[in-house]
Design a protein around this ligand. Structure first.
Ligand SMILES: Cc1cc2nc3c(=O)[nH]c(=O)nc-3n(C[C@H](O)[C@H](O)[C@H](O)COP(=O)(O)OP(=O)(O)OC[C@H]3O[C@@H](n4cnc5c(N)ncnc54)[C@H](O)[C@@H]3O)c2cc1C
Length: 206
């Protein structure tokens, strides 16, 4: 969401985690809320006088299937408004009530669901974020960097160890090591097969 900066108190932290009741609700749909406000670190990310609130919660794609377009849009609004109310209660008084007063603090609101992630990011079942610990095998079932096609590698958050910037950086490093190792192996294989060829000639092939 884009909001007027008057609703975000000075010295607000960038990252927040909201769990109103007990940890039994931690992994339940909509049980917890994650919030990041990147503009407290870099105000140039939003127009002057505004903040970006990046808010997300847990939800499965099954909860969004089989709805008509109208029902889907209505459900998105309903869920988003409930989350905004919870943020208003816990962190930002006036965030939503100001909408009622026709003086909205919210100048931009975009709501995404697992279906949105599936459609626009090609994520399997619209997944995003950490993998629930109840299904750890998913992690090991993920592809590593090599493919069935020689010389074709894959990298990024569809590969081990999964989603998130840190995991993706790790996947990139692993892939670079894999490519380097494969090149070195090929290099030595050719060296032993072509003992007459000079090292300089061989290096030019790689
Ligand atoms: C809303 C949201 C919030 C997130 N927040 C966080 C967070 O706070 N912390 C965190 O660690 N992770 C976060 N993530 C997850 C993290 O952003 C991703 O896991 C990570 O960016 C994936 O990196 P990637 O390189 O695999 O894919 P991407 O970053 O999606 O990069 C793929 C690139 O390929 C390009 N591309 C696609 N198809 C083609 C094509 N045919 N030809 C050429 N280019 C193409 C795309 O345009 C894109 O630039 C978030 C994800 C989302 C969706």
């Amino acid at each position: 969401m884009g909001v007027k900066d008057t609703v975000v108190p000075p010295n607000t932290d960038c990252h927040h985690f909201i769990l109103e009741d007990d940890s039994a609700n931690l992994e339940k749909p909509y049980g917890s809320i994650f919030l990041s406000i990147p503009t407290v670190l870099d105000s140039s990310l939003a127009p002057e006088g505004h903040h970006i609130l990046h808010i997300f919660t847990t939800s499965c794609i099954e909860n969004w299937k089989g709805l008509s377009l109208k029902d889907y849009e209505e459900k998105k609004e309903l869920v988003a408004n409930k989350i905004i109310s919870r943020l208003e209660n816990k962190l930002f008084p006036g965030l939503k009530s100001s909408i009622v007063l026709k003086e909205s603090s919210i100048v931009l609101k975009e709501v995404g669901t697992p279906k949105t992630h599936r459609r626009f990011l090609a994520q399997d079942n619209g997944t995003y974020g950490p993998i629930p610990h109840s299904i750890p095998k998913v992690l090991l079932g993920m592809p590593f960097n090599t493919t069935a096609i020689d010389g074709l590698y894959c990298v990024g958050d569809s590969c081990f160890p999964g989603q998130g910037v840190i995991a993706v950086a790790f996947s990139g490093i692993m892939c670079a090591h894999r490519v380097t190792a494969d090149i070195v192996v090929q290099f030595h294989l050719q060296l032993s097969e072509n003992s007459s060829i000079s090292l300089v000639q061989l290096e030019r092939q790689f």
